[in-house]
Design a protein around this ligand. Structure first.
Ligand code: COI
Length: 355
């Protein structure tokens, strides 16, 4: 991969790398030495720069704090197992989705040379921060927020775009227990559900906390109209193997258009599996659990990768799902995906960008 146009760089005086225990990496708490910052003002972006990771000076009136005009992405970089390279998984898809989110949130698009070239340069500079430990990676978080100090409600005139990176381990340390949400709504038709905007996540925190107090890891969000159809799990898209079919909700306007989701569907189709992207009724899933035709349930996401769902709770009843070792498809797809991401399986689709 060509690193592209060079952004100005101010390097740290002393790296924090020696302080990191790479055998014990939590999710999202450790940050690499540098970050990228670009600013949008007077109708245009500056070219961006790479500086030491640190706090941002912000006015208390900063518009994003009050009205939530804020979007982000999540992608991962891996140490190759076969050569001295860092491998990025489908960053072009993140770039595309980021600007789709920007349109929905009435924000300016970030130019490719800032997002992509900046990303490659930042990851290259902090390449020693990409963990070598199995199951670990460098999580990359590009984000943009409205930067005007103004209390009126309108699209901001100024924005900041940043990329920070964080060595991470598992997002879910164990198979997840999910609860079907029948009351609260994550996203409605015509809303922002498909965009990766902060507000979608903010709205999910309280209902998810109620579920966590009852011993679940996450919610299974249902449609906002009748709560009869399964949509997604908030931190991931969800899929079911019922009989021999892989079934998942269509990526409409209330569901995040997951890149891992798209990847898994592509692989499943290539492997000759019957794939159905269609509304998934709660009733149908519970019926399949009861009559034994539901073989697998799992979430897909950048942070979560493939997260097995081990139990589904609904209306006070917990439905335990088949043992993880019996799950042919999700175990196979997890192996294939991590193999491609770590460079030891053929990348037939050119999903990997090498640095
Ligand atoms: C991701 O999977 O990258 C996300 O953005 C989900 C977030 C809750 C960690």
């Amino acid at each position: 991969m060509e690193i592209g146009q060079a952004l100005p760089v101010e390097k740290v005086k002393q790296s924090r790398l020696p302080q990191v225990d790479f055998n014990n990496i939590p999710f999202g708490k450790i940050y690499s030495d540098h970050m990228l910052v670009a600013e949008f003002k007077n109708g245009q972006w500056d070219g961006g720069k790479i500086i030491p990771f640190g706090d941002l000076p912000l006015s208390p009136a900063t518009s994003t704090i009050h009205y939530g005009q804020s979007i982000f992405e999540g992608l991962k970089a891996y140490k190759s197992e076969t050569e001295d390279k860092v491998l990025l998984f489908r960053p072009d898809e993140n770039f595309k989705r980021f600007n789709e989110s920007a349109t929905r949130l009435c924000m300016p698009h970030v130019p490719e040379e800032v997002f992509m070239d900046g990303l490659f340069q930042l990851v290259n500079l902090d390449r020693e921060w990409v963990p070598n430990t199995p199951g670990c990676s460098l999580y990359i978080r590009p984000f943009m927020f409205a930067a005007d100090a103004y209390l009126g409600l309108k699209p901001s005139d100024s924005y900041k775009f940043l990329i920070i990176t964080s060595p991470v381990g598992d997002y879910y340390a164990e198979p997840v227990r999910v609860k079907i949400e029948r009351h609260y709504t994550r996203a409605a038709k015509g809303g922002t559900g498909y965009a990766k905007c902060a507000g979608n996540y903010a709205a999910s925190i309280y209902p998810a906390k109620l579920a966590q107090e009852k011993g679940y890891h996450q919610l299974l969000w249902t449609d906002g109209a009748k709560h009869e159809f399964i949509e997604e799990a908030g931190s991931m898209n969800v899929m079911f193997v019922i009989g021999d079919k892989l079934i998942t909700a269509p990526a409409g306007d209330s569901i995040l258009h997951g890149i891992t989701r798209k990847t898994v569907l592509t692989l499943a189709k290539e492997w000759g599996m019957e794939v159905e992207e269609r509304p998934v009724e709660v009733k149908e899933v519970l019926e399949a659990v009861k009559n034994g035709t539901l073989k697998e349930a799992f979430g897909t996401g950048t942070a979560a990768t493939i997260a097995h769902i081990i139990a589904i709770g609904d209306d006070g009843t917990d439905y335990e799902l088949p043992a993880i070792e019996t799950r042919e498809f999700s175990n196979k797809v997890l192996k294939e995906l991590t193999g491609i991401q770590r460079g030891n399986k053929e990348d037939a689709h050119n999903w990997i960008f090498k640095i």
